[in-house]
Structures are given as structure tokens and as C-alpha cells.
Design a protein around this ligand. Structure first.
Ligand SMILES: [Cu+2]
Length: 72
């Protein structure tokens, strides 16, 4: 499944790499795609990923989750 997150504060490819690295560490995450211009982070995973884990990983990278996907 794919889940999209909006992240604020990313300004260059280094930011993109940092976010990818941290979010990739979360259990169950297969791939992480980041669109720098929109700040959109797309996480591909086997099953639903804990939103708090994603928020923590993005915080760890030094950025901020600006918008969480709507709760089901
Ligand atoms: Cu940067």
C-alpha cells in the first residue's frame, strides 16, 4: 500500500536523502519517494505504517510532518 505524507522544511536533495534514510528504517517500509517541490513523501509498505513512527522518523531527520493522512 502507498501512504502520502506532507513534510515541511525540506529545501534540497540532502533534505530528501535524510528523510528517505530515516523513514526507510521503519519496519515494513519498502520504498520511500520524496517530491521536493511539493514536500510530498510517498511511503510504500506491506501494511499500514504507524503514523507516529513516520512522524518520529521525519522529526529525527530534522523536518516536520505538516499534514497527516485522514484517519480511516
Ligand atoms: Cu537540504
Amino acid at each position: 500500500m502507498k501512504t502520502e505524507y506532507s513534510v515541511s522544511g525540506m529545501t534540497c536533495e540532502h533534505c530528501v536523502a535524510s528523510v528517505k534514510q530515516e523513514v526507510s528504517k521503519i519496519d515494513g517500509v519498502n520504498t520511500v519517494d520524496v517530491d521536493l517541490s511539493s514536500g510530498l513523501v510517498t511511503v510504500e509498505s506491506e501494511s499500514a505504517i504507524d503514523a507516529e513512527a513516520v512522524a518520529a522518523a521525519i522529526d529525527e531527520a530534522g523536518y516536520e510532518l505538516s499534514d497527516s493522512p485522514a484517519a480511516p
